[in-house]
Design a protein around this ligand. Structure first.
Ligand code: ZN
Ligand code: CU
Length: 483
């Protein structure tokens, strides 16, 4: 127990404190003074400006969404309701190789940049200028952005269907340096996507070497997540090992019916690699993935739902096979007709999803895509789904373990200081929820339904979400990795 402050601003009285370390929940009080937690334990003598009766409720660290594409949403939709309503207080944007900075519109022509809302969204010539823009117009939640490989390639290369030359690597390395000096949490790659696909491992080693010893991490949407997922894991380990950098495998999965069940082998490889180097991973709690519309994914998926289409806007939310039937064409012809577009792809097995979630090193990351017209439900449902469905209903792990994998473990892995724990002195990023009722409500049919059971969210000591609504608070901060 810590010293009890005589007074504080906000006091959660008689909560079950689940502190983010994985330790068993315990009954007690949590005091907040200014932007920090000022006391945890029996605070019977402490008086407060505002006292919140929390009997039967859990106070936990605000959740850290380690895998996001919220780069632009933080600026255009500062309420960040899809995340805030889940209890998320910090996001890591810039994953899968796509960061909003540093890049300008004339270089953001590749279709994958539609993930960020298209070329016009790219307004930041340096990584630092993007972080400054976040400071100048803060969102409701914190952000610890990554710099993306595809973004750097788009800025440095006239065509991305080849390996980068030495000069291009030098130009990109200089931008990695600028991003790191500005405080980037790390570097991401998306070697599956066309802009990154032709980059050999040596290019990645050269680009992530500057991260070594800085505390910054390398996150990767690997080259392959289906038939060659194990080869891709080995490539990932080797790349990170050569550069001497900690690595996080993004949205780990074994895609396609013929690869179902392979998570036993992939998790075995991850566990083995961990004996010699720092390896982490994240996952979302769904059997469908989502990204831009790509024929090779349509062919692999058991079912495809369109999430947005520039040419046929009314296709959003529709099953691609149904559209094809209506139009009397083959499914790939229907895909061509709606391009450029995005989609949800059903291609994972529930067994693999569960074994990956159950693995003790797996962090929770939504991979939500905020600008889609009919998004994958993971955008609004990921964290309450892990707490309510996988922990409470299925008993896949304890509530404490679930919270750890969405807070303490995440902060530790991404070097996010003084967050991810309920402890005196930490920033007061907190979520109050009902462990009996917390659950996701977003579905594939109705993907924008807020979760149930999230009572209150504090970001840096300010109440940002209460009574099912954003309060108007914009107390989020740009988290810069300390040198
Ligand atoms: Zn990805
Ligand atoms: Cu992603």
């Amino acid at each position: 127990m810590t010293d009890a402050p005589a007074t504080c601003d906000i006091l959660f009285r008689d909560a079950t404190i689940v502190d983010g370390t994985g330790a068993p929940g315990r009954r007690g009080d949590v005091a907040v003074t200014g932007d920090r937690i000022s006391g945890v334990g029996d605070l019977a003598a402490t008086t407060a400006g505002e006292e919140i009766a929390a009997t039967g409720k859990v106070v936990a660290p605000g959740f850290i969404d380690v895998h996001t594409h919220d780069d632009r949403a933080l600026i255009t939709d500062p309420d960040m309701t899809p995340k805030l309503s889940q209890g998320v207080t910090t996001v890591v944007p810039g994953n899968c190789g796509f960061s909003l900075a540093p890049l300008l519109p004339e270089h953001a022509k590749d279709p994958v940049f539609e993930l960020m809302g298209g070329p016009d969204a790219f307004l930041y010539p340096t990584f630092g200028s993007y972080l400054d823009a976040l400071d100048a117009a803060p969102a409701a939640i914190n952000a610890a952005p990554l710099v993306g490989h595809a973004t750097l390639r788009a800025g440095a290369m006239d065509t991305m269907d080849r390996a980068a030359t030495e000069d291009e690597i030098a130009a990109m390395r200089a931008k990695v340096g600028e991003a790191l000096e500005s405080g980037a949490a790390g570097f991401s790659s998306g070697l599956f996507y066309p802009p990154g696909r032709q980059a050999p491992a040596a290019e990645l080693v050269a680009l992530i070497e500057p991260l070594a010893g800085t505390g910054a991490v390398y996150t990767t949407h690997m080259r392959n997540e289906d038939d060659h997922v194990e080869d891709s894991l080995e490539e990932t380990f080797e790349t990170a090992r050569q550069a001497g950098v900690p690595v996080v495998i993004s949205h780990h999965k074994c895609a396609g019916v013929t690869n179902h069940g392979r998570s036993t082998a992939t998790l075995g490889r991850i566990e083995k690699a961990r004996q010699g180097q720092a390896v982490g991973l994240d996952a979302y709690p769904y059997t469908a993935g989502s990204t831009v519309l790509m024929n090779e994914l349509v062919e692999r998926a058991e079912r495809t739902i369109i999430t947005w289409s520039n040419t046929v806007p009314e296709a959003a939310g529709r099953d691609l096979a149904e559209l094809a039937a209506e139009w009397g064409v083959e499914i790939l012809e229907a895909a061509d007709r709606v391009q450029p577009a995005g989609a949800v792809y059903f291609m994972l097995s529930e067994e693999d999803v569960q074994s990956i979630l159950a693995y003790s090193r797996t962090m929770i990351g939504s991979d939500g895509i905020p600008h889609d017209k009919h998004p994958h439900p993971r955008l609004w449902g990921t964290f309450p789904r892990v707490l309510g469905h996988y922990a409470r209903e299925l008993g896949l792990f304890t509530l404490e373990e679930a919270v750890h994998r969405m807070s303490g473990l995440s902060a530790e892995t991404f070097g996010i200081k003084d967050r991810g724990r309920v402890a005196a002195g930490c920033f007061a990023d907190l979520v109050l929820f009902d462990p009996e009722t917390v659950i996701d409500r977003a579905t594939y049919e109705q993907p924008e339904r807020p979760a149930a059971g999230i009572d209150m969210v504090l970001v840096n000591g300010s109440v940002a979400y209460a009574a099912g609504k954003w309060t108007g608070s914009r107390s989020g901060r740009t988290i810069r990795r300390a040198a």
